[in-house]
Design a protein around this ligand. Structure first.
Ligand SMILES: Nc1nc2c(ncn2[C@@H]2O[C@H](COP(=O)(O)OP(=O)(O)OP(=O)(O)O)[C@@H](O)[C@H]2O)c(=O)[nH]1
Ligand SMILES: [Mg+2]
Length: 410
């Protein structure tokens, strides 16, 4: 069910509900009915009004539905009360997302991240549910009872597990960052595919790098980051990382749990923001991703906007595209991929260092070698050799560092 306040945008509530149906499909469920309620304010005991609770209960009975999913965060008390009143399990959007992640997680790291997200989701709900049950029994907050001690011990167990998982994930993060620093030492330019879920990031990775990672017409098909090599003309080797997609109202505990995964993108030199040009929700999706980019502190990174699925978007839509620099592609058919490679080359070259090198007479023959692999801007004779001004990739700069006079922007 969709739910919102009178002050919320109605189309957005409907869009979010439609997306919840995609999430339910990805989760393996089947939607048998839907309903929306707009409220003046939320009910702290049941979120929605009691009339609506009855209405949904009847819908559940008629359709033999086994679960009711609310497109809004439910507190522990609300979830428990609604489950009791409706006679079937009641879940919220976040629980469905975390559950999809739980089904999909394949790697040890992915599984740990999901478990952490589940625990972080559960902790506040537990307290709420317990307090709710205590107050319904007439005991108040602050009354010590057997229930409260059981709650305390449950919470302690979960907190200990949270601590243990965080420690293990810390190990994974360290391992990853060692890999990254190796790449940094080799000075290979890195690109990260980011964007709304189901926009075609994995399809694009496959096109760019001749790989065969899993692609599905489904939200959250990818969970674990994958890094592949790509060759860029005039630049050489680069790497592209594909990762988990974003969605509106992304649960904060998922963001926290997937920190190691997100760091992989955060460390990239250039972001490729993949956008589904054929989606009616394109503008909203761009906005969600832009907001997350700011939240993660990535807004200073160079970004290339990749408008994908041009093969199925109405042609006029291409003219409505505003972001810059942009490329229009079809990752599925391969259209525009060469243009994307060019943009990636330009972005990688922008990472180049403008340097001054000095070659003494006896080593002047090396200038020829330098000119073959990089762009020499100008040469100047000096009394005992030659000075070269060149634009070098970070990798070249480290190879030619012994000839470098100084790093200079000009
Ligand atoms: N028509 C068309 N479909 C595409 C294009 N690119 C990707 N798709 C389809 O879009 C769906 C999602 O593609 P993925 O590559 O899995 O998308 P993703 O962004 O990696 O999705 P998540 O990992 O789930 O976030 C698949 O059914 C693809 O075949 C394209 O250029 N044109
Ligand atoms: Mg994917």
């Amino acid at each position: 069910m969709g739910v919102g306040l009178k002050s919320d945008s109605f189309p957005e509530i409907k869009e979010s509900l439609a997306e919840l149906e995609d999430l339910i499909a990805a989760w393996g469920g089947e939607v048998v009915g839907n309903v929306v309620q707009i409220l003046a304010q939320y009910n702290s005991a049941t979120l929605i009004g009691s009339g609506k609770v009855q209405e949904i209960k009847e819908m559940v009975n008629e359709s033999a539905a086994t679960v009711v999913i609310v497109d809004h965060h439910l507190t522990g008390v609300q979830g428990r009360n609604l489950t009791q009143d409706m006679g079937v399990e009641v879940m919220d959007r976040n629980q469905v997302i975390v559950d999809i992640f739980a089904q999909r997680a394949k790697t040890h790291e992915g599984k740990l991240q999901v478990e952490l997200a589940q625990m972080l989701d559960q902790l506040p709900r537990m307290v709420g549910a317990w307090l709710g049950s205590l107050s319904r029994q007439g005991g108040g907050i602050g009354t010590r009872g057997p229930g409260e001690t059981a709650l305390e011990s449950d919470r302690r167990r979960i907190k200990e597990r949270v601590k243990a998982i965080r420690k293990q994930l810390e190990g994974v993060r360290k391992h990853r960052s060692q890999h990254r620093s190796l790449r940094k030492k080799q000075k290979i330019p890195t690109f990260a595919l980011i964007g709304y879920t189901n926009t075609g990031k994995s399809t694009l990775l496959n096109q760019l790098t001749n790989s065969n990672v899993e692609v599905k017409d489904q939200v959250f098909a990818t969970l674990d980051p994958t890094t592949r090599k790509v060759f860029l003309p005039e630049v050489g080797d680069a790497v592209v990382t594909d990762t988990v997609g974003f969605i509106r109202k992304l649960p904060t505990h998922l963001i926290e749990a997937f920190k190691a995964t997100l760091e992989e993108s955060g460390e990239a030199d250039v972001l490729l923001h993949v956008i589904d040009l054929s989606s009616p929700q394109m503008d909203q999706q761009i906005k969600v991703v832009d907001e997350l980019i700011r939240e993660f502190g990535w807004e200073k990174k160079p970004i290339i906007y990749v408008f994908n699925k041009i093969d199925r978007a109405p042609f006029e839509k291409q003219f409505a595209v505003k972001a810059f620099p942009r490329v229009l592609v079809s990752a599925l058919k391969g259209d525009g991929i060469d243009k994307l490679r060019k943009q990636m080359t330009v972005a990688a070259q922008a990472l180049n260092e403008q340097v001054e090198l000095y070659f003494p007479k006896e080593e002047e023959h090396k200038i020829y070698e330098l000119g073959r692999e990089s762009q020499i801007v100008k040469t100047e004779p000096a009394s005992t050799g030659t000075i070269c001004y060149a634009s070098l990739t970070p990798a070249q700069a480290s190879r030619w560092s012994s000839f470098m006079v100084q790093n200079k922007k000009y």
